[in-house]
Structure formats: C-alpha cells, structure tokens
Design a protein around this ligand. Sequence first.
Ligand SMILES: Nc1ncnc2c1ncn2[C@@H]1O[C@H](COP(=O)(O)OP(=O)(O)OP(=O)(O)O)[C@@H](O)[C@H]1O
Ligand SMILES: [Mg+2]
Length: 400
Amino acid sequence: MARVELKNLRKEFDRGTIVAVDDVSVEIEDEEFITVVGPSGCGKTTTLRMVAGLERPTSGSVIIGDEDVTDIHAKNRDIAMVFQNYALYPHKTVMDNMEFGLRMSTDLTEEERKEKVRWAAEMMGIESLLEDTPDELSGGQKQRVALGRAIVRDPEVFLFDEPLSNLDAKLRTLMRTEVQRLQNELGVTSIYVTHDQEEAMTMGDRILILRDGKKQQIGAPKEVYNNPANEFVGGFIGSPSMNFIDVVIEQTDDGMILAGTDDEFRYNIGPDAIDNFGVLQSGGEYILGIRPEDVFPAEPTDQNTVDALVEVVEPIGSDNYLYLDLSGELDEGITRDEDEPDFIARVDTDFEPEIGDHVEITFSDPDLHLFDPATGESVLYDKNQGKTGGVATKSGAADD
Ligand SMILES: Nc1ncnc2c1ncn2[C@@H]1O[C@H](COP(=O)(O)OP(=O)(O)OP(=O)(O)O)[C@@H](O)[C@H]1O
Ligand SMILES: [Mg+2]
C-alpha cells in the first residue's frame, strides 16, 4: 500500500504544441480512492499513464510511497492498470491471462501462481471461467478477468482508465459496487478515471476535476458539489446541470438584489444572507448559479420569489423536471426556445403545473453560487479555506 503524489506534472506532445497535462499537483493518501473526471481530451488518460510509467512527464514528478518513480520503468513500478478495452490475450485461457503478469514479475512457482489466480478468480466470481478464452466471454466477464488479473499482482496502486464504459448501464452499476468492494477489502490506493460525473461522485473518496489539462478542484464529492470552485465545476458536477444567469448587484436600503441582465429576474438577497455575500460590490456583474434541485415552488408567505413560465414538464418518476422561461417575455408563445439556455427546476412529483402556467419559484440563499464572469472563479469560495463567510457551514470543513 502506498501514498501517491503528483508534483507539478506536465505533459506536452508534438514538440509542445499540445499541452495534455498542465501543472497538476495532487496528494493521494494511502488506501484512498480518487476518481478523476473531466470532458474528453482533458488529460485524464495521460495523467494516469504518467503514474503508470507508460508516458514520461515533460516536467514534474510522480512519487509512490516514499520513492520518486519518475525515471523508473513501468514494469518496475508496483502498480496494476485496468483498461476500458480489457487488454486480454484473446487466445490464452483466463488462467493464463491472469497468471502471465506473475510469471513475468515474480519468482513464484507455477503452483503458487495458480493458487494466487484461483484466489483472485474466487474474489471476482469467475472460478468456472478459468479454462475459457476471452472470445468466449461476455463484456462483463472479460472485465472481471481484467480486474482479477490486476488484483492477482497484489500491487501498491490500482489505476483504472474508464474500466466500465463498455458495459451496459445495469452491469456498470453492479460492477461499480464490485470495484468498490475490492478496493475496500484489499485497501489498495486507487486512481479511477471516468468521464461520467455520477460514477466519479458515487465511487470516489475524493474527486479530481480536470479541464484542458488543468486541475480545477479536488475534494470530497459533497464538497465539490456544495462548493464548486468555479463555474466549470458547478456546471460539470450534478445532473441536470446547474442553471446560470447573468446578474448585476443592485444595492437597496435593506439588502441587495441580484438583477438579471438579460432576464426579468430579480432576486432579493435576504438580510440574513448579506454577511455571506459581503464581498459583493454594488453594480458588480456576476454569473449566478442555481442547481435544479435547489429551486422550489414558492409558498404564499415567501418574500423573494421569481416569476417563471412553464415550457416543458418532464416527469422522471421520482421528481418532475420543469423547463422554465425567466425572460419576462411571457406572452410570446410558450414553446421552448432552443436558443435560450434552459432554466431547469427539479421539483416534487406533486407539483405538476401545466405547460404555459406561470409559477412563482424561490431559492434558499446558501444554495446560490456566484461566479466571476471574467475568470469563472467562485467569488464566495476561498481556495485555502473552502468558502469565506457563513456559507462554509453548509458542507462543513473544506478538505482541499
Ligand atoms: N500520444 C499523443 N500524441 C499527441 N497528442 C496526444 C497523445 N496522447 C494524448 N494526446 C492529446 O492530449 C490531450 C489529452 O488526451 P487524453 O487522452 O489524456 O485525454 P482524456 O481526458 O483521457 O480523454 P478521453 O475522455 O477522450 O479519454 C488530447 O488533446 C489528446 O489529443
Ligand atoms: Mg482517456
């Protein structure tokens, strides 16, 4: 078992014209399960391959345990990697596939190796497949073999590169639990790459979000969900995505109003919340972020409400998604405007307005996120201390 540290990792391709990974630093604790998530091409695989030793960093270093392994060959690093495409030898039996790495990297006897393979096969529930070849197996079975081959090596670190992407949704959910159980039982430090934010959120002790090769944020799933460091993280984590509205601050006698610059949106920040929003400047422009699940139908007693037109009602079983128009041009037809960004509310199934209805919605102030339009950075978030002001109490201590 081992801690893993990435120090200012950078990887350039094609003589520096492509920067795949840009100054990424992360400290991963012993036995920790880190998920790495981000859009296609953001540098996830390249980062993992540098940890594995399959790619040499342009600069920066990789530390496993107490050892700087940056210049150490992949086969001499104590890691096991699992790939999306399984990477099994098609003509070798499952037994031979799983035993192969041991034969190369250890001096165990044949019987000892077979014993280890049987142990790993039992853990993965594939004892009965040991004499089969991969082309006789289903995708799920192949992935079990690939996982079995990784655990048989008893490595210090597991690296996973989208290992479940080729499986159907149901099997993927099942295998997620399997991978977590394995990691828990074996206590092996793990780095798990996925482009699926839900997978990243459910599996990781902490989640690392990358974009264009750069680290955006790392933290516990709840922390990145509650306190996204920037607009990108706010929009990337959570489904449906966070709603964004351009606003300008208007100072009033008893507080501040967030006024939409394109929409008839006016939301009065309650006096109780002013402390949290103390950094805001009157006249300042911000991007307001509100998650669909943080939008509520207003009660008659609610003071701060926003008028919205219902364009689409989408029942998903557990909740209803409402596609709302906040533009204020409420009479100009009720069909959904494809060019306007949707404002989505996720509400209880018993709130079921008709298309074309006006509804009054409201929010809870701690659920409001504000981002600087120039940099995208959260203005209520302080990288070193989590959030500034009272908003930090919402999710407890930040662990960045
Ligand atoms: N060997 C290479 N030569 C040139 N460019 C490369 C090479 N490998 C990766 N890249 C580029 O580096 C960037 C990061 O690629 P990487 O494969 O790490 O992304 P990723 O996050 O794993 O994407 P995906 O989700 O599609 O797997 C991309 O722009 C990619 O085109
Ligand atoms: Mg990749």
